[in-house]
Structures are given as C-alpha cells and as structure tokens.
Design a protein around this ligand. Structure first.
Ligand SMILES: NC(=O)c1ccc[n+]([C@@H]2O[C@H](COP(=O)([O-])OP(=O)(O)OC[C@H]3O[C@@H](n4cnc5c(N)ncnc54)[C@H](O)[C@@H]3O)[C@@H](O)[C@H]2O)c1
Length: 335
C-alpha cells in the first residue's frame, strides 16, 4: 500500500515509515525539514517541501498514483514555544493542515490518519482517560491538535473523507533497529532528560511536581514504545475500513487512544531507568512548573478492538533503546 506520510523526517513519522516498509508498504514522505532530519529519509521516497504546497502535492500524486491513505504527522510540537509564538503554531499546525486536508480531498486521497495528542484531555480523578473523557487543551500547541481534530471531523462529514485521530500518550525509545530516534539536541521530555543526565550532558534530573494526588506524588504518564506506536499506524492503514465497520461509527471519523494502558509515575520511571542503566543518577525534587498537569494514562480498549493493536514492548525496552540511541545518535545525525 502506498501511504503519504507528512512529517516523515521527524521522530515519530520516520519510525512509522520504517514500520510501513518492514510490513511491505511504500511510504512517500513529505517534510519541510523545519525540525526533521534528512538523515532519516535516506533510502526512502522523500519530497522536501511544505504540507501547504499544493503544486508539490499534485506532483507527488502524479508521480505516485494510487495513494489512498495519508498519515499526517507534520507539526510544530514544543509546548512552551507555542505559548511564546501562538501565531506560528496556529499558522503551521492549523492553517497549513487545513490546506493539506483540502488538497488531499481534491486529489482523491480521502483516508487520513492524524497525529493527535493526549495533551488535549482534562484531568480526571483516577487518571485513566477513555476517548469520551472530557477535553481541556491547555496550551496553544494542544489547542492546535484539538482544532485539527474538529476540522478533520467536519471534512469527513462534508466531503466524504474518513479520518482517524490517534491520540498519542508519551512515546519513548527509538526504532529497535536504530534507524531513528529522538533527534533534538536538548530534549524536553522526561526520558530524553534522563538519558542526557546519564550521558553527562546534564548535571541533574529534576522531578518537577511531587505533590500531585498520585500514589507517590509525582506526575503520572503512559509511556508507549515508539515502535509499538509506529505499528499502530501500520494497523490503522491496513484495517482502515474494518475499523469503521467494527466501530459502528455514525460518522466517518474515529478517535483512538494510543497508550500502553498502564499509568507509570515519574518517580517509577526514574527507578526503572536506574535499573536498566545499572546506576543511580543524580536527581532532585522540584516544584511543578506553571502549566504542569498531574497527567493521565490511556484506556486502550478501543485500539485493541478496532485496530487489533496493543502495546507489546516494556518500559525497560523503551529505556534501553533510548540509551542505545543516545549513544549512537551522533554517528547518524550530523548536527
Ligand atoms: N513526540 C511526542 O511526544 C508527541 C505526543 C503526541 C503527539 N505528537 C504528534 O506527533 C507528530 C510528530 O511528532 P514528532 O515527535 O515526531 O515531532 P518531530 O518534530 O520530530 O516531527 C515533526 C516533523 O514535521 C515536519 N514539519 C513540521 N511542519 C511542517 C510543514 N509545515 N510542512 C512539512 N513538514 C513539516 C518537521 O520537519 C518534522 O520532521 C506531531 O503531529 C505531534 O504533534 C507527538
């Protein structure tokens, strides 16, 4: 199956492309490289350009007739940056995605899988969220994801498109074959920071927020291995039609949580990290930062029912792959 993957030079998109290839499919990457890495596209079909570039999309579809599915990962993704630069975030993530969906529809590519985020959920008392849990997108970044879900839903009901919004929880690790992984030099997410401390790039790991109403006071997350996450996208395109049939959906739009289904606290992650790493790391407790939330974990039943997918890989595997990737990254990426 030919699949257009926007953002296929990024952390998640590139891993999805590897998973598609390993499963006999043909990804066609569209990425501007605004944050992504050219190194991740090598050996793959790659067009450098913007998702809002209609002429380029026409060229892609004429050179690769028969693309029926698009996986739309391209976006800007840094929450604090989105607070400082909302215009850029709404322009890049909302304005340009709107144009992309419009062009896809015009070119007859009616099936869209969209990278959404669990960051749009509100806090719930037991921390477990289903797809029906209340939403409360609390940053411009999260609001771009929420808005794009609504836009996709409206396009599906008006234009005969079909959309699946996949709400990712906390992706960790790297491609187990080490073809790709986290590419930013100074990662802002928790496991990236732990790896940085272990590799001596950062002096201390801060557990920010230790007074939440969780079992040990630290925030709760749902860590899902990036390879599991990538395989869910393979299932989403392979089972696209069946997913709609099995869901008895009344419209052409589905939302599916992609998480492991297990809540793990930040302190538990640090402990697991130290076990895998074999040493204690330098760490300290610190107050929560403005905008921090206690967190959530997924009820992942719908992914199992509709995609036949559930996370298989352990948190230890994710940590070990992240460490391995941290060590070899600079042999692959030339900063
Ligand atoms: N990483 C996470 O923890 C996480 C969690 C939930 C959801 N997501 C979503 O997953 C998707 C991928 O995230 P990622 O972590 O791989 O980020 P990333 O920055 O590694 O990848 C994003 C890719 O999109 C490309 N891009 C951005 N704007 C573009 C444009 N206008 N035209 C063409 N290409 C463009 C970038 O060059 C980059 O390669 C995003 O939509 C993000 O919102 C990520």
């Amino acid at each position: 199956m030919k699949v257009l993957v926007t953002g296929g030079a990024g952390y998640i998109g590139s891993t999805i492309c590897s998973a598609l290839i390993d499963n006999g499919h043909e990804p066609i990457i569209l990425d501007s490289l605004v944050t992504g890495r050219e190194e991740f596209t090598r050996g793959k079909i790659f067009y450098q350009g913007d998702i809002a570039d209609k002429d380029l999309l026409e060229k892609i579809f004429s050179e690769h007739p028969g693309i029926q599915h698009a996986i739309h990962c391209a976006a800007l993704i840094v929450v604090p940056e989105s607070v400082e630069s909302p215009y850029e975030y709404y322009r890049e993530n909302v304005g340009k995605s709107l144009e992309l969906f419009h062009t896809l529809n015009r070119l007859g590519c009616k099936n869209v899988v969209f990278s959404s985020s669990a960051s749009i959920y509100d806090d719930v008392p037991n921390f477990m969220v289903t797809e029906e849990s209340p939403l409360n997108a609390r940053s411009p970044y999260a609001r771009t994801k929420y808005m794009m879900e609504m836009i996709l839903k409206d396009f599906c009901s008006a234009y005969g498109m079909k959309g699946i919004a996949l709400r990712y929880f906390n992706p960790i690790g790297a491609d187990p074959k080490m073809r790709s992984g986290v590419h930013v030099q100074f990662p802002s997410h928790v496991l990236g920071k732990l790896v940085d401390v272990a590799l001596g790039n950062d002096p201390v790991f801060r557990i920010t927020g230790v007074n939440w109403d969780t079992r040990d006071g630290s925030g709760i997350r749902d860590f899902v291995h990036i390879w599991d996450l990538a395989l869910a996208h393979v299932k989403a395109v392979e089972r696209f039609e069946e997913a709609f049939k099995d869901s008895a959906a009344i419209d052409n739009y589905l939302v599916i949580n992609l998480g492991s289904g297990d809540g793990v606290t930040v302190k538990e992650l640090v402990k697991a990290f130290e076990n895998v790493y074999g040493k204690e790391i330098n760490k300290e407790e610190a107050p929560s930062r403005p905008g921090d939330v206690p967190g959530a974990y997924a009820n992942a039943d719908r992914a199992k029912k509709l995609l036949g997918w559930q996370a298989q890989m352990s948190i230890e595997q994710g940590i070990s792959d992240a460490l391995k990737w941290g060590e070899i990254r600079e042999t692959i990426i030339k900063y």
